[in-house]
Design a protein around this ligand. Structure first.
Ligand code: NAP
Length: 305
């Protein structure tokens, strides 16, 4: 059984920064990632608010560079899903589908996954006009009319990106006030390809082989109507990727990991960084900062063990 100083679970900004710090501190480090490095940022088009890149940097590019930087100092990256963590006398056992690893400390950095609307037609038409990733699927909608659901930063940022392909992007929001930052609101409202439908939810996604339209309901008047569209992009927030923890550390009722006022969880030697942590600001730069903090905390824990 391979034994290391630090196991990091999750390869987004928080996990990759933690890996960079622990590896540079000469702590043997395995980082587990179930998909591709970068986490949510790898699915983002242009990152404009990470300091040092005045022109912005593409999400996949910064993800790959972060991975390269962690590997350069010795992080072992394994593309495997962690299924369980157990406390042992000397530390922790980390189980994946095919192997078990031992570690003295754990950094939880699995982030969160996009939320679904859970309405009729959504599952059936995913990949057939229903999408949760503009960077992945935007190009399929060249010359088409699409709708975007949500009123936060993701909905507006991705909606703006989708105007590169679509002839019209209709943003459907359940209230008449956006949650998104002022700069994105300004850009979206002044983009001639973007229209808004307020106080409205989607009740149903219609289409046999592909999306043909959506059934809308105005939450103030109760009125419903059919809306023709070629595609629907859903950006309504995220839920924490913490089901594998199965009560191993304390979480809130939604599954966000509880920490003290920094990165320590309820279990000594286990730290949490980034969007999995209750209270995280959910910004890339903050996730990286928390990754650094978790790495330093793991180092201190090992030094005093
Ligand atoms: P978010 O801020 O939680 O916004 C989710 C949006 O979806 C809200 O407008 C919400 O409506 C709506 N919504 C939630 N559940 C819904 C449902 N069942 N049906 C219809 N609408 C629903 O999520 P996000 O936009 O993904 O952003 C997540 C975090 O990442 C935020 O902290 C954000 O600042 C950050 N982020 C930052 C950037 C950037 O800085 N450029 C880009 C992307 C994301 P209500 O407003 O009514 O609640």
């Amino acid at each position: 059984m391979q034994k290391v100083d630090v196991v990091i679970i999750g390869g987004g900004g928080a996990g990759l920064t933690a890996a960079l710090y622990t590896s540079r501190a000469k702590l043997s480090t395995i980082l587990f990632e179930k998909l591709t490095p970068g986490g949510q940022i790898a699915l983002t088009d242009l990152v404009e608010n990470y300091p040092g890149f005045p022109e912005g940097i593409m999400g996949p590019e910064i993800s790959m560079k972060m991975e390269e930087q962690a590997k350069k100092y010795g992080t072992q990256i394994m593309y495997k899903q962690v299924t369980e963590i157990l406390k042992t006398q000397s530390g922790f056992e980390v189980k994946t589908s095919d192997e078990t690893y031992q570690s003295q400390t754990i950094i939880l950095a699995t982030g969160a996954s996009f939320r679904m609307l859970n309405i009729p037609g959504e599952k059936e038409l995913t990949g057939k006009g229903v999408s949760y990733c503009a960077t992945c699927d935007g190009a399929f909608f060249k010359g088409k009319e699409i709708v975007v659901v949500g009123g936060g930063d993701s909905a507006l940022q991705e909606g703006l990106f989708l105007t590169r392909f679509a002839t019209k992007v209709t943003i459907i929001h359940r209230r008449d006030q956006l949650r998104a930052s002022a700069i994105l609101q300004e850009r979206a409202k002044s983009n001639s390809k973007i229209e808004f439908i307020w106080d409205t939810v989607i009740e149903k996604i219609n289409g046999a082989q592909k999306v043909e339209g959506v059934t809308l309901k105005n939450v103030k008047t109760g009125e419903t109507k059919e809306f023709v569209t070629d595609g629907i992009f859903i950006f309504i927030g995220h839920d924490p990727n913490s089901s594998f923890l199965k009560g191993f550390v304390e979480t809130d009722e939604k599954g966000y990991v509880l920490t003290n006022n920094s990165v320590k969880t309820s279990v000594p030697g286990v730290f949490a960084a980034g969007e999995i942590r209750l209270g995280a600001t959910k910004q890339l730069v903050a996730a990286c900062g928390e990754g650094c903090e978790a790495a330093l905390a793991a180092q201190e824990f090992i030094d005093h063990a």
